[in-house]
Design a protein around this ligand. Structure first.
Ligand code: PEP
Ligand code: MG
Length: 547
């Protein structure tokens, strides 16, 4: 039973992620600390229990793969690799054979067997002195929890829906906790075990959530709803602070956020390299919260708004009104910043459950992006009408995915002009229309494409996939993406040269733009506009200034 200590107490912990958080304690007990059902099974049921385990592991592998890809896409490739490495751990053949042996020897249910085998591995890793090996124990705990949740049919974590201003207090936080945490409501994180090198500390820093570790000191005196201050810079954790302390920390918090705002205001629109070259930073976004985050980080605009998410969250094809309302809400924070709305890019890995593309044979090489839209002009015209109407409120431009031919752009241009005349007759400038350069054909036809486009944006994810003939969904050929980097720089130069000659803008919006190692090569190739995950903006600005 916890003892409530009303007076102020302070723990001098370790700083994990900068910033000050003031909020109320949300105590998180994870599934690993709870009892897992435990019962004996009959020998004849071994195959059944084994099948449950194999299915759960298969599901978790798929989940980790998807998570890894999406984090690489939206946060950074190094953060995404955490989950891809976890998937690789689950693929270790000796691991499954150990589970099989344990099942036969112990005749216990699937949950217990999994827990016992994982525990042995975890103990081996957590006893190590090296921080890197210790971090592996955290990965194993994370995987164990996912497998147990799957076996027990629990598919959401309480961390996904937190009360407002929550300070999550827990013994340990694992990478997937940090990534799934309700980012709107989490104010800060306090953990009892962990290090500044742990994956979750890394993710907390990427997501700018103030965090501290109490360094093994007991957190038992913190009760649910206690007022907590986390000073992520010093590592201090204050429980039930006095009103004087609260006032002083509120002031610190205010000054810090004021400084951040000033920083973003100062650098807004003119981040320069050390040699004085101006670089424009746009954000990639697909919903309200990413747009707001990007604006908060001082982006120069939205360089790629993926409209697919608005369709994927819908159960039927959105109507013009639904689409308009969703986008208006998503873009609310942009005010007069430039917003690049990409028309629906489905096909390939993105399928709408309620719409059959009519091409089941070659999802990546068949009907995709603009090809689907030109075959289904109703969907395209609904989108264009909505974009034109939104253009009366926001600073909108339109981007076309999967372009291979200049004619694809001119066809859409005619439609867009017609809707502009009809729905925005008082517009002074025509609405800009751009092309994604993400197929080798688009690079080779860049002179023709640039003539009929107002701007272009290089999508390195698809461009690498098509140039290296390496599927972006296929982990077996993931290394080809790194090996294809050189080709991307060469092609970026071709596209940037063509754009410069015709005075048009050329940006890079694929995942490679998130990686600081590629930045210098792209800048050398003549790229001065990047569009990245909102969470990467502060880092990117720092890297540009050091360039
Ligand atoms: C790309 O292909 O690089 C890109 C930005 O588009 P998406 O990842 O949405 O296909
Ligand atoms: Mg693409």
């Amino acid at each position: 039973m916890k003892k409530k200590i009303p007076q102020t107490s302070e723990l001098n912990g370790i700083s994990l992620s900068e910033g000050i958080a003031i909020g109320k304690a949300f105590i998180y007990n994870d599934i690993l600390t709870r009892d897992v059902s435990s019962y004996k099974i009959a020998r004849k049921n071994i195959p059944y229990e084994l099948k449950r385990i194999v299915t759960a592991i298969g599901d978790v592998k798929k989940e980790l793969y998807k998570l890894g890809r999406s984090i690489s896409h939206n946060v950074s490739s190094s953060d995404g690799s955490i989950f891809l490495a976890q998937k690789a751990m689950l693929e270790d053949a000796s691991f499954l054979s150990e589970i099989h042996t344990e099942l036969q020897k112990s005749l216990m249910n699937a949950e217990q067997v999994v827990k016992n085998v994982f525990r042995r591995y975890i103990n081996r890793f957590s006893d190590a002195t090296s921080e890197t090996i210790k971090a592996k124990a955290d990965d194993l705990r994370d995987i164990l929890r996912k497998v147990l949740r799957n076996l027990m049919g629990i598919n959401t974590s309480v961390l996904e829906k937190l009360p407002a201003n929550a300070i999550v207090v827990t013994r340990r936080l694992l990478p997937s906790d940090t990534i799934h945490i309700d980012k709107r409501n989490v104010a800060g994180i306090v953990i009892q075990e962990g290090s500044v090198h742990s994956h979750s500390a890394l993710l907390a820093r990427s997501l700018s959530i103030p965090a501290a570790c109490s360094d093994g000191k007991s957190l038992d005196f913190i009760n649910e709803d206690d007022r907590i201050i986390v000073d992520g810079s010093s590592g201090s954790i204050l429980c039930n602070p006095s009103s004087a302390m609260l006032t002083s920390y509120r002031e610190k918090h205010r000054l810090l956020s004021g400084k951040q705002n000033r920083d973003t205001r100062i650098v807004k629109n003119h981040v320069k390299t050390s040699r004085g070259k101006t670089i424009i930073i746009y954000a990639n976004a697909s919903n309200h919260s990413e747009v707001s985050q990007a604006v908060l980080q001082g982006c120069d605009g939205i360089g790629l708004f993926r409209t697919e998410s608005l369709y994927l969250e819908s159960k039927t094809m959105p109507t013009e009104k639904e689409l308009y309302d969703k986008l208006r809400h998503a873009l609310a924070a942009t005010e007069n910043l430039k917003v690049t709305l990409r028309v629906l890019d489905i096909g390939g890995d993105k399928k709408l459950p309620y719409f059959d593309t009519g091409d089941p044979i070659s999802p990546f090489l068949g009907l995709r992006g603009i090809r689907i839209l030109l075959k289904n002009p109703d969907i395209l015209s609904t989108q264009l009408k909505v974009f034109v109407r939104l253009g009366n409120k926001f600073n909108i431009r339109v981007l076309l995915p999967m372009i291979t031919l200049a004619e694809e752009i001119t066809t859409v241009r005619k439609m867009l002009d017609e809707y502009c005349q009809k729905y925005a007759p008082h517009r002074r400038k025509r609405m800009e229309l751009g092309a994604m350069i993400e197929t080798p054909a688009a690079v080779l036809a860049i002179d023709r494409i640039i003539k009929v486009s107002d701007f272009v944006s290089i999508g390195t994810n698809d461009l690498t996939q098509y140039v290296m003939a390496a599927g972006r969904e296929s982990p077996e050929v993931a290394s080809y993406f790194d090996k294809g980097a050189e080709h991307m720089f060469t092609m970026a130069k071709m596209v940037a040269d063509a754009a410069r000659k015709s005075g048009k803008e050329c940006s890079v919006c694929g995942e490679m733009a998130n990686d600081k190692l590629h930045l210098e090569h792209f800048v050398k190739a003549g790229i001065s506009h990047f569009s990245v995950s909102p969470y990467r903006i502060p880092d990117l600005k720092r890297n540009i200034r050091n360039l």
